[in-house]
Each structure stands twice: as C-alpha cells, then as structure tokens.
Write a protein of this length. Structure first.
Length: 363
C-alpha cells in the first residue's frame, strides 16, 4: 500500500488502516491526502481480504481539524498560483466523503481529539464513529465566512429537534456525551482501550463470517457509558429558540429568553452574543441550507454544498474569515455586509442558484 508523508495506509489483520499524519496541522486534510485516499478506498472495496476500514489521527491533539482552508485561501487570493483549488478541493473532498458514506464494508473512525469540518466529513458520514474522553467535535464554519459542509446538510438535520440548527449556526463544541446524543458518534470507548479495540478488530475480521456483525458485536463489547449529555437538558430551550426560519427571529427568541428569569437565560445571552460575531451572510446561508436540505440524502447534501462553496469562493467573507482566524489571527473579521439587516433574501437566493455544468453530479 502506498504511503505519503501526510496520510499513511496499513493493515491490521482483515482491516485496512488510514492514519492522518499531520499532527502539527491538527491532521487537517490537504488535496493530496484526498487524492491518496480515493484510490485506496476503491482498492479496498474490491479486495475480498479487506473486510473493514479504520481511520484515525496521528498521536496528538486532533483526529482531524478540517480541510486545509489556508491553502484554499491562498489559491482564491492568487497567492499560491493554483486558483483552481477553490473548486477542485471541494469536488474531490466531497467525492471521497460520498464514497465513505456508501462504502459497502464496515468503516470505522476513532474520533479521538479535535474533530471539525472535514474531520467530521470523514467520520460522521461513515458507518461507525468511536468517541473517546478527548473527543471535541464542532462545525465552526460560520466563524470563517463559510457554512457547515462535508455532508452537514444531512447529518445536522438528523440531530434531535432543532439542535442541528443550533450547532450549525453557532459552531459550539461538543464532547463525547453530546456527540453520541446527536448521532455524530455511535460508540464511546476509553482512550486507553483503543489499542486493544484495534488489535481485536484486526483479529476478529480475519476470521470467516459476516464482517458487519463481527464489528457490531465487538464495538458493543467495548462500548462504555460516557455520561449524561448536557444538550439533552438544554433541548427544550434550543427547540424553542431555533424553531424559526429567519436568523432575526432566532435572535429575537434568544433575547426574550435572555431577559426572562430562568435557568436558560445565561445560555441564551451567550448564544445570542456568539451568533452576532459570525458572518451575517454565512448565518443566513446556513439556516436556508438546513431548511432546504432537511430531507436530503448524502448526494443531495453534497451537491447543494458544492454549489454553495462555489458562490462563496467568489465572495468576500470566506477570505476575510480565514485571514482573521488562520492567517493574521487577529480574530477581527470585517464582514461584508456587516449586519444581518444588509443581507437580503435576494442576496441569499443568489448563493443557491445553479452553476451549470460545474454542478457536482454523482454517477
């Protein structure tokens, strides 16, 4: 199996392994990593000796903190000389994610550490997602002028109640109990037991039998209780405040909750304040995206998201958000438009218009 410096491929018994190997960059995906992974998935799918696939991050703080947004920023700004990256990156990323979601053999992700954006794409869209006590999961794209992508149109809408809207708009971070509650993780395994799980997985799937049943039984044996999910106690307030179809109405509901006496008032005030730091355009795109795509399958979700990325790449806020958060790190983005009132419905309509022969289509 070919290795590259940033992504390593191996085998543990009947299990093909993927290790994301950029710990200095929190294992963020580059285009080269997606291009190395895509043919391996096809090879493993056809290989009868490979009965399952396992993905994890190299030792460090993260499973995968997302895609290489700095490279996309530099391409869009004409710094890198590869301007096509703003379209090619998302297209090839989404094709890999779709393959993961439709992979016919058990696909497991060990979601240990920081998991954001593209990290959620290659884990949440797979069959099995194992959280640990170090799991920190978020979709923080509205804070960099983007929107939750990598299939989030689908998986955020599968969260209980309106929690998906809350997570997509705010980018709030979740730990293991809430990751399981939202369906982002399927199992919880203590970090110290992960090596034992991986070794047992390799031995188990090397034996004759139905691999999916073997994997399910093994994960059930290792699964532990991560504790009560804090989001469950907050769900009533989230459902009430995020039930509306405009960002302005959501903010008004949060304001009402913040000024009323009760256990949710501080949460409402903090949530309202957090939303007001995000790109106003991204907030309105995200809410529309989740409403329009409420019942989308993975193909519909990724096709919509690709269309949105191409409109966003032609705009301002993504580049300004990445500049403020990743490049200059001054945390002071100058959004344009600067306020929600300036972001009109016709402006948002434009982000959802067809891009012709550039649309993402799956065979």
């Amino acid at each position: 199996m070919p290795d590259t410096e940033d992504i390593l491929f191996g085998r543990e018994g009947g299990v093909a392994t993927i290790t994301l190997n950029r710990p200095q960059a929190l294992n963020a995906f580059t285009l080269g990593m997606y291009r190395a992974l895509a043919p391996m998935l096809r090879q493993w799918e056809a290989d009868p000796d490979i009965r399952a696939v396992l993905i994890c991050g190299a030792e460090g703080r993260a499973f995968c903190a997302g895609g290489d947004v700095r490279a996309i920023y530099e391409a869009g700004r004409g710094i890198s000389g590869y301007r096509e990256l703003t379209s090619v990156f998302f297209r090839e990323e989404y094709e890999v994610i779709r393959h993961i979601h439709r992979f016919p053999k058990p696909y497991l992700a060990i979601v240990d550490g920081i998991t954001m954006g593209g990290g959620a794409g290659v884990s949440v869209n797979g069959a099995y997602r194992v959280a640990t006590e170090r799991t920190v999961l978020a979709m923080p794209e509205t804070g960099i002028g983007l929107f939750p992508d990598v299939g989030a149109t689908r998986f955020l809408n599968l969260c209980p109640g309106r929690i998906g809207r809350y997570l997509g708009l705010t980018g709030v971070r979740l730990w293991a109990p809430d990751a399981l509650y939202c369906g982002f993780a399927t199992h919880f395994v203590s970090r110290e037991r992960v090596p034992e799980l991986v070794a047992e997985l390799g031995r188990t799937t090397s034996q004759p039998g139905a691999a999916a049943k073997q994997v399910q039984d093994l994960l059930a044996r290792f699964h532990a209780d991560p504790g009560a999910p804090p989001l469950a106690t907050r769900r009533a307030a989230i459902d009430r405040c995020f039930a509306f179809d405009t960002v302005e109405a959501i903010l008004a509901a949060l304001e009402d909750k913040a000024t009323a006496a009760g256990p949710d008032s501080q949460w409402a005030e903090e949530t309202k304040s957090a939303l007001l730091t995000k790109s106003p355009t991204s907030l309105k795109i995200t809410l529309r995206q989740l409403i329009v795509g409420e019942d989308f399958d993975i193909e519909g979700a990724l096709a919509l998201e690709y269309r949105l990325t191409q409109h966003v790449m032609a705009g301002h806020d993504f580049y300004e958000g990445v500049r403020a958060v990743v490049v200059d790190k001054d945390q002071k983005p100058g959004w344009r438009p600067a306020t929600l009132a300036e972001v009109t419905d016709p402006m948002i309509d434009g982000y959802f218009t067809c891009i012709g022969d550039r649309e993402l289509r799956f065979a």
